[in-house]
Design a protein. Structure first.
Length: 101
């Protein structure tokens, strides 16, 4: 796993920490991490505070995680998105779709 993504799992909760730029070159890794976390935890939180840029492939990975969580009746939320990420979420109106802490 790259230094861009790390996670901490405690009991039934998994926190994923993402840093740097999320784009086509690494969004598949984010997707894989999120979907893997949902297999082993009932609550997954993705911390986006250290993300400086996210493109549509990164957003797609987050949306897929949300859809997967919803289909399995699990909790999925985004935590402290950076200003750049928050702006993109708001522009796409995804701030109304995701639970953001």
């Amino acid at each position: 796993m790259s230094e861009m993504i790390r996670f901490e799992k405690k009991d039934d909760v998994c926190d994923i920490f993402v840093a740097g730029e999320v784009d086509l070159s690494n969004s598949a890794e984010l997707r894989k991490t999120i979907l893997g976390a949902l297999k082993g935890a009932n609550q997954v939180t993705v911390d986006l505070s250290a993300v400086s840029y996210i493109d549509s492939s990164g957003i797609a990975a987050l949306v897929e995680g949300l859809q997967q969580a919803n289909s399995q009746d699990k909790s999925f939320c985004l935590s402290t998105p950076s200003q750049q990420v928050r702006s993109i979420l708001e522009l796409a109106r995804l701030d109304q779709v995701f639970t953001i802490q």
